[in-house]
Design a protein around this ligand. Structure first.
Ligand code: FES
Length: 84
């Protein structure tokens, strides 16, 4: 069985750990290059902006939300999984 892999950007916002797919669904811009209070942006490419908490689209040109993941800390390690 082959498993798919995804690059994930993990960001600590206040006390919360947020995780979004690192490559923008529009054209692959890296989200790890631009974050602020509650948002992430693929600044070097198109500067679309997404809500860190849930990946919802704040500003395009992207037209869809960014995949986001559930996170938790277990035995000192960050665990990330797809939302159900
Ligand atoms: S790469 Fe993100 S909007 Fe184009």
């Amino acid at each position: 069985m082959r498993q798919a892999t995804n690059d994930v950007m993990v960001y600590r916002a206040g006390g919360a750990l947020c995780a979004l797919a690192d490559h923008c669904m529009h054209a692959g811009g890296p989200l790890h290059d631009g974050q602020g209070r509650g948002w992430a942006s693929d600044l070097p490419v198109d500067a679309s902006t997404f809500n860190l908490a849930d990946g919802s689209l704040v500003r395009g040109p992207a037209t869809a939300p960014q995949p986001s993941y559930e996170t938790r800390v277990q035995d000192g390690k960050i665990e990330v999984r797809s939302r159900t």
